[in-house]
Each structure stands twice: as C-alpha cells, then as structure tokens.
Ligand binder design. Sequence first.
Ligand code: NAP
Length: 426
Amino acid sequence: MLSIAIIGSGPAGFYTAEALLKTGAQVDIIDRLPTPFGLIRAGVAPDHQSIKAVVKRYDATARAAGAAFVGNVEVGRDVTIAELETLYDAVVLATGAPADRALGVPGETLPGVIGSAAFVGWYNGHPDFADLQVPLTGAVAVIGNGNVAVDVARILAKTPDELATSDIAGHAAAALARASVRDIHIIGRRGPHQASFTPKEMGELGHLGQAQPRARHDHFPHTDADAALDPGLRKTVGHLRSFAAADHAGKPLTIHFEFFNRPVLIEPAAAGLRLTLERTRLDGTRAVGTGETWTLDCSLIVPCIGYRTLGLEGVPFDAGAGRFENDAGRIAPGLYAAGWAARGPTGTIGTNRADGIAVADRIAGEVVPAGKAGRDGLMALLGERGVRVVDYAGWQAIDAHEVARAAAPAPRDKIVRVDEMLALLA
Ligand code: NAP
C-alpha cells in the first residue's frame, strides 16, 4: 500500500486525497492550521454559503478509511519536506497561493494598503489576520477586475442584515457595522471587455440594499463589440451596461467602476492615503499609460491582483509564475504538486478536482510502495518534537463549537485564534 502525505487541506488537497484513496493508498492530509478546507473556509466569500457546501464532500473524504487529517503541523517548521520524503512513498504539495502578488507601485507597503489575501483572510477569520487594523471611512479603492475584487467590494458594501446569514468573522462584522464607507472604486487597468468578472458575481452587485454600482457608457461605447465576446463575459458586460443606465439616486453607497486606469503611486494623505492613477488605453490587448493622471483620496486600498504560492526549502520554485516548478504535477521523483501550487491562481474550485485526479493517477502509475514508516513514523517524529497535532475529531469539536455558538441565522461563529482552538480541545 502506498503511503502519501498531502500538504494543504484546501480543495486541491482534498480532491487529490479522494482520488488517491480510491487507489487503496493511505493518505495523510497535513495542514498548518487546526482547521481544514483552506480556501473554502478562508477564501470563499462568507456570504457565498452555497459554494462552501462543497466541504460535505471533503468531510466524507476525511472520514474515509485510509485517510487522516494532521492539523496544526507546519511543514518547514515542525517537519521538513526532506523528512516527509523519507517517511512517505510520495508527497503532494497542495499549499495553494496564499500570498499577494506585489503591485509594483511606490507606497504599496503603507498602512492602509491591504492586499486581498490579508483582507479576505481578515473578514473570513483566518488566524493570521485576526489583528489586522482596517480603516473603513470615506472612499475605498479596490484594484483589479477579477472576482476577488467583486467579493471585496460586495462585502464592504453589504449591510449588517445582508451579512447576517454569512459566516463572516465577528471582528469584521463589527468593524463593517461601524464603517462609514461611501464610495468603493473598482479599478481596472483594462476595459469591461477584458475584465475577469463572472456574470453571477457581477449581477449580485445590482441587488444590494445600500449600494448602487455605477459604470460609464464611454468606457464601452460600442455595443456591437459585445457580440464577439464569449457568452459569460457578454453577460457580465450586460450587467455593467445596466449599471451605466441605472438611476444612481437614493442609495448612500456607490460602487464606481473605474476602467482604463492603473495605479502609479500611493502616498500618505489626510484621508489616510492618496492613490495616483494614470489613465490607460489599449494597445492590442495591453494597457498602456496615456500620461494623464488624477488622484483618489481613500482610507483603504485593497489590491486584488492575484496570488502567489510560497516557496518551500529545497523545492524548485518558479518565482515569475508564483508556483512550484513542475511537469504536469510532478516536481521530482516522489514529489508532486496540485492545484494553485502547481498551475497558479486561476480557475474555479472544481478545476482542482481534475488536477487532483490527474496527479493521483500519475502517482498510482509511477510510485512503488517501499514499506516506508508513513503515518506512524510522522506521529512518532511530531511526538518527539512536542508538536500538538489536531486530528479530524479535533476539527469536528471546533466545528461543533463554532456552529453552537453562532447567533441565528449565521451558520457559524468562527474561532479566529489558534490558541483558543487548542484551549477548546485541551
Ligand atoms: P483574476 O481573475 O486573475 O483577476 C486579477 C485582476 O488583477 C485582473 O483584472 C488583472 O488585470 C488585475 N491585475 C493584475 N496585475 C495588476 C496590476 N499590476 N495592476 C492592476 N491590475 C492588475 O484573479 P482573482 O480575482 O484574484 O481571482 C483568482 C481566481 O479565483 C479566479 O479564477 C477567480 O475567478 C476565482 N474566484 C472565483 C470566485 C467565484 O466564483 N465567486 C470568487 C473569487 C475568486 P489584467 O486582466 O489586465 O491582467
């Protein structure tokens, strides 16, 4: 029987585990946090509960014979990749892409500039971002024209009532209830026809209680050009056209689509920050600057411009692409990658299923069981090092506690500190 360690318990880790278990392998899913499910818990928007329902499938995988969740174990700190390679027949890196890509603009490290990994982690209760200070007054700039930008704008724009059925972290719900944001600017360096928004997410912006989305006709004057777009983008552009035609009176908060603008400078200002933007035009499909600039004063800037995987000692890494170097999932003999760690931060949750199946097939086809120590060996090593492992029963106890303490209609009230989770299990 093959013994496999998967590092990361998000969608890529769980789909890979599911496929490997079907081959009869023993599979240990290791995570740095005591809580499983990666991006489903900490990335998917808290008001998109139907998307989060996919964890039922991962739960069945975690309970299946041959599977184990090994939580609260950080690879690189508690155990190294080299040690895991000694203990297991194969190791799969499914660590996702948890870090923000840099904007490359002076001032991007100023307080009040919070990348989407941190900002989304903050409102989703990721322990790394529980203490983030988030200024929420006046205007907010959200940079990027992808679904993460829309998630961020929507969460900022919703009323407490609209968030009541979400599992937003308590600290974020409280901060947003006190917030006095009036303008949210979604900034894209290209135009509506090049945006990465999907239609469902765009449509939602048209049905918010206190916020009105606003787009400008002159950003996409030629309706004829819509016909050549792929059907999804055509629908998205249709929503944007309806926002451009809508009456903007009556709602206290406005979401402005600022297409054809790129950030060039961030400076401190009385409002918190001053963002200098340069107007752009398209050269083919590329955005090029026109030299014309303007400024936007805001309390908060959230770059939502994509993510990158974090490297691990000794593992070949493609820094340009922000992922592990791999050939269709294979990094080196016995070492594999799946999901965003293998192919970069694009695609839906379901894309990881195909990835997981493909890498599991590869492992089953090319790795031979070598009678390695596997789970028993890992537990012995972690025991010697005094590492407090949280198993799946531990997660189930945390889960039950979060659900029980939630105020209806919220589905759960997340524990956002690892210490508190461990104290609960003591
Ligand atoms: P994304 O879809 O790749 O969008 C990134 C955006 O950032 C693009 O508009 C890009 O513009 C812009 N950008 C990149 N570098 C920039 C720079 N230096 N300056 C200004 N703009 C810059 O990425 P994402 O929004 O992070 O989403 C990641 C993946 O998760 C996507 O596949 C997304 O669909 C998925 N997701 C899905 C949902 C959902 O289904 N509800 C929710 C969240 C995320 P250019 O196009 O010009 O490069």
